[in-house]
Design a protein around this ligand. Structure first.
Ligand SMILES: C[C@@](CO)(OP(=O)(O)O)[C@H](O)COP(=O)(O)OP(=O)(O)OC[C@H]1O[C@@H](n2ccc(N)nc2=O)[C@H](O)[C@@H]1O
Ligand SMILES: Nc1ncnc2c1ncn2[C@@H]1O[C@H](COP(=O)(O)OP(=O)(O)O)[C@@H](O)[C@H]1O
Length: 269
């Protein structure tokens, strides 16, 4: 069985307060985009994991795909060992949630393949144990998110009338470090309200709290954002804790921007 975990971008990200458990309450809008990994699971077999494509940092044993299998195995002893192959295409440490997407798709794949009969709510609860933005990928539809990022409200927002540009300059931002740079604050205008304004107004209303510290550490990211606006973007932002940059352009109006050849660039037109 093969599935194609997709990435997400954040439209706005406010870090509201630090919690007793060390995490932060936040508000953000998750928006799914069709830049994908490929995840194949074969059985029967020995429990095995290998990956191709972009190298995943860390030990294979810590890969979120394997963690998802172990999480379900603890509650479903009958779950057989599987042979997992991940082809990694979504940039890593980019604020695109690629690892979380792999984990959520793995949970769903195992649920379907082995008829575990888990409900959506149960899958969301398992996903939330694997990562704060993992729950989003279970339903994988645009959502206003609060709590750690796992409390999701569906949001009617469709950007199909625009073209979206993703630029990843290859900088890996550690999410835990990024949270450590923030002084949490509740903004005067909630993202729940500001996201309802026309996209043309977002530039002045919708912010990502991670931009200030991450731009300070990596000034090239601010330049990419300015370059997007100079090229006609209606809205430009960093996604999540970075370093992927997002530009939302009038339909079919992305072409012609020149980027460093080392960057990975995705156009959703
Ligand atoms: C910042 C966001 C915004 O969408 O995305 P990314 O930039 O990673 O994609 C997410 O909240 C990231 O979610 P995720 O990548 O799953 O984070 P986790 O693995 O749960 O946590 C990584 C680390 O980030 C910090 N963390 C994460 C989420 C949260 N609400 N508060 C936190 O303080 C904690 O220090 C934690 O140890
Ligand atoms: N399947 C996976 N894909 C990507 N990263 C993974 C995976 N499994 C574990 N990780 C770990 O998660 C970290 C980043 O996760 P990722 O979700 O790609 O970051 P971000 O949310 O910033 O895009 C990596 O440094 C890696 O150590």
């Amino acid at each position: 069985m093969i599935v194609f975990p997709n990435c997400k971008i954040n439209l706005g990200l406010n870090i509201l307060q630090r919690r007793a458990d060390g995490f932060h309450d936040l508000e953000t809008v998750f928006y799914p985009l069709p830049v994908t990994d490929a995840l194949e699971v074969l059985s029967p077999g020995q429990l095995q994991f290998n990956s191709t494509g972009i190298p995943v940092p860390g030990n294979a044993a810590d890969n979120l795909c394997l963690k998802a299998w172990h999480l379900l195995k603890a509650d479903f002893p009958e779950l057989p060992p599987v042979n997992i192959h991940l082809h990694k295409h979504i940039p890593i440490g980019a604020g695109l949630g690629g690892g979380s997407a792999d984990a959520a798709f793995m949970l769903q794949l195992l649920n379907n393949k082995f008829r575990l009969e888990l409900s959506t709510a149960q899958l969301i609860a398992y996903a939330a144990q694997l990562g704060s933005d993992c729950a989003f990928f279970i339903q994988n539809r645009t959502a206003y998110a609060t709590g750690r990022g796992e409390i999701l409200e569906p949001l009617e927002l469709n950007l199909a009338a625009y073209s979206i540009l993703l630029v990843h300059p290859g900088i890996h931002v550690n999410t835990g470090w990024a949270f450590g740079q923030i002084t949490p604050r509740v903004p005067a205008l909630s993202l729940r309200d500001s996201i309802q304004h026309p996209l043309e107004a977002w530039k002045d209303l919708i912010h990502n709290d991670f931009e200030a510290p991450v731009f300070q550490a990596h000034p090239i990211l601010k330049q990419i954002k300015e370059k997007m606006y100079n090229a006609g973007a209606l809205y430009a932002t960093m996604s999540g804790s970075g370093s992927a940059m997002v530009g939302i352009f009038p339909k079919n109006n992305i072409a012609g921007i020149l980027w460093d050849t080392g960057y990975r660039v995705f156009e959703i037109i």
